[in-house]
Design a protein around this ligand. Structure first.
Ligand SMILES: [Zn+2]
Length: 417
């Protein structure tokens, strides 16, 4: 028994007699809405949790998500796909495959080598070794220069095949080495037997998706078809071969994908600009915070120095980590010998020359506000202990300030008592 409770959602009763949704428009709205706020990787993980969720997502949601929240590799993937889908050169990826391509980290074929984005001109996420293995069927267009080859009489030329909008080839360099001349670009041992023209790579053979549905992926026209096309005499014949024999999808199939990419580019650009502005604000705020911290540290060092006998003040000599305060820890330009992780650590805005003092006051360099009056007093006593422990303050009592000596005496008396 089936009844329509509302116009968009279809319902049926299951064996227990409970109502069950057949097509879930509500869930689609939820997934579409949530995809605004997810990173492409999170969306990928969400979609692969359940077949129902995967079936509710649509291409434009994935594209918008990747273009507005994705990183540069994800955007490159989409742009590389768009270049091919614009003319229908490849089979359109399904939602499942598209989200996998956007988040691709390893080669689709060998699943071993790391890749960053879908490869330009092929629409497949492949590593370079796999690309070489699968595109060794090069085609050479020898007609770009004036002289056509003598075997070309009645058939259509290679350049006509290459320039057909449904054929995807990738240029692998242009070379001119007429009669073994020296002006060669990107030449290999193979290219020397082709004295003029352009060498283009084309995908060798059709491939099918290994995951789930056995659906064809990648370029529609492959090297095995080029041999057939080269025998043809008219362009109409070529078109008919692609649409009828190869069963290439109609161009209307690609429309939604292309429209979504065009529409979301602006969002992507606006978001990138917004993020750039936010990052600049954050950066300047961080620089200001670092400067403020340095000021605070300098202040307490000055206060502490006032409380020490003047001959002990050398202990508080310090060096400012300008690499950190001016540019941040990333841009340390000092030579490697200077690049001491301890000296230039993020926490050490200031570095005391005396190791013992540095160890003692380390906490207050990273958190200057922790140095409250009582801790200041403890620190002062500790520094005095270090100072007197090293034999300071015996010979040079005369040049210390009387008040400080008195203070020290009182302190010692209190501690003893
Ligand atoms: Zn591979």
């Amino acid at each position: 028994m089936q009844c329509n409770l509302n116009t968009t959602t279809k319902w049926s009763r299951n064996t227990c007699g409970r109502l069950q949704r057949l097509s879930n428009v509500f869930l689609h709205d939820v997934v579409s809405l949530v995809s605004h706020f997810l990173s492409p990787r999170d969306l990928f993980n969400t979609l692969f949790t359940s077949k129902i969720i995967m079936s509710t997502i649509q291409l434009d949601d994935i594209i918008r998500n990747a273009l507005s929240n994705g990183n540069v590799n994800m955007k490159t993937t989409l742009e590389n796909l768009y270049d091919l889908t614009l003319y229908g050169k490849i089979y359109l990826p399904s939602c499942e495959r598209l989200t996998r391509l956007i988040n691709a980290r390893r080669c689709e074929l060998c699943n071993v080598n790391r890749i960053k984005a879908v490869r330009q001109g092929y629409g497949i996420a492949i590593c370079f070794p796999c690309l070489l293995g699968n595109t060794n069927g090069n085609i050479y267009t020898s007609e770009l220069l004036s002289e056509p080859p003598c075997d070309r009489k009645n058939t259509i030329g290679t350049h006509e095949i290459v320039s057909n909008h449904r054929v995807s080839t990738v240029s692998q360099g242009y070379y001119i080495s007429l009669h073994g001349g020296t002006n060669r670009y990107f030449t290999s041992s193979k290219s020397q037997s082709y004295p003029y023209g352009e060498r283009r790579f084309i995908w060798n053979h059709p491939i099918v998706n290994e995951h789930g549905t056995r659906k064809e992926i990648g370029p529609i026209v492959t090297k095995k078809d080029v041999a057939m096309l080269q025998k043809m005499t008219t362009i109409d014949e070529l078109e008919a071969y692609i649409t009828v024999h190869l069963n290439a999808p109609a161009l209307t199939v690609y429309r939604d994908f292309n429209d979504a990419v065009r529409h979301c580019r602006q969002i992507s650009y606006t978001n990138a600009q917004k993020r750039k502005r936010l990052n600049a604000v954050k950066k300047s705020a961080a620089a200001r915070a670092r400067q403020l911290k340095l000021t605070k540290v300098q202040e307490w060092i000055a206060v502490l120095a006032q409380k020490l006998p003047s001959s002990a003040r050398y202990l508080l000599e310090f060096m400012i980590n300008y690499q950190y305060t001016s540019h941040g820890p990333k841009y340390c330009m000092l030579p490697l010998s200077f690049l001491n992780a301890v000296v230039y650590s993020r926490l050490n805005i200031v570095f005391f020359y005396d190791d013992e003092i540095h160890a003692l006051l380390k906490t207050y360099i990273s958190a200057p506000s922790r140095l409250n009056p009582s801790k200041m007093e403890t620190a002062r006593a500790e520094i005095c202990n270090i100072y007197f422990g090293r034999g300071g303050g015996v010979s040079d009592v005369s040049d210390t300030d009387d008040t400080f000596v008195d203070d020290d005496m009182h302190m010692d008396a209190e501690e003893d008592g």
